[in-house]
Ligand binder design. Structure first.
Ligand SMILES: Nc1ncnc2c1ncn2[C@@H]1O[C@H](COP(=O)(O)OP(=O)(O)OP(=O)(O)O)[C@@H](O)[C@H]1O
Length: 168
């Protein structure tokens, strides 16, 4: 089973991936890209490396029991996609408290309000493979339990249950 754990930056993917009961090997794409040099360019403006997703896909080929953690994880060939969600105002607070710039916090809050990652996940994989998990006002442990349930097949796919359009 290959699972993508995706979501806008700040929704809690890294935090939650460390709390799962699942036996899947966790691959943190950010760390992989850095360690293996799997980037196509350096974005000076954002002080970040642009992941070479073709190289990431190749690296993951043959890895059958993995949970791929990244805001780009839904671009990988997987059996299920779990999309973490967070209300835009709470997301902006989390990112600001993590030390991100106001610009980055605002951009991500807007992208979250617009369902950007959820829409991409559904377009690429279809609704039957996508599980949305709302993290707003919840503990990472509670969120991890929902993610474990999605991995174990103990809950139904759920794309479109979360609605943040009031924040637009
Ligand atoms: N359920 C939660 N409730 C409150 N705060 C949370 C929750 N999950 C994570 N956080 C906090 O939000 C911040 C972002 O979490 P985290 O780094 O896990 O997000 P991420 O989705 O992995 O981000 P990125 O894509 O940038 O790596 C951290 O400071 C973390 O402590």
């Amino acid at each position: 089973m290959r699972v993508a754990l995706t979501g806008t930056p700040g929704t809690g993917k890294t935090t939650v991936s460390e709390l799962l009961d699942s036996d899947l090997d966790v691959v943190h794409v950010n760390a992989l890209v850095e360690d293996e040099g799997l980037y196509s360019e350096v974005d000076e403006d954002r002080d970040s490396k642009v992941a070479d997703m073709e190289a990431v896909r190749e690296w993951l080929a043959g890895e059958d029991d993995v949970l791929v953690e990244s805001h780009l994880a839904h671009l990988v060939d997987v059996d299920r996609v779990v999309v973490l969600r967070c209300a835009p105002d709470e997301l902006e607070t989390r990112l600001t408290e993590r030390g991100e710039s106001p610009r980055k916090a605002e951009e991500n809050a807007e992208s979250e309000a617009l369902d950007v990652i959820l829409s991409e996940a559904v377009r690429i994989h279809g609704e039957s493979k996508v599980y949305e998990v709302d993290t707003t006002g919840r503990t990472p442990e509670d969120v991890a339990a929902d993610v474990d349930a999605a991995i174990a097949g103990d809950r139904e796919p759920s794309a479109g249950d979360v609605d943040f359009t009031d924040y637009l």
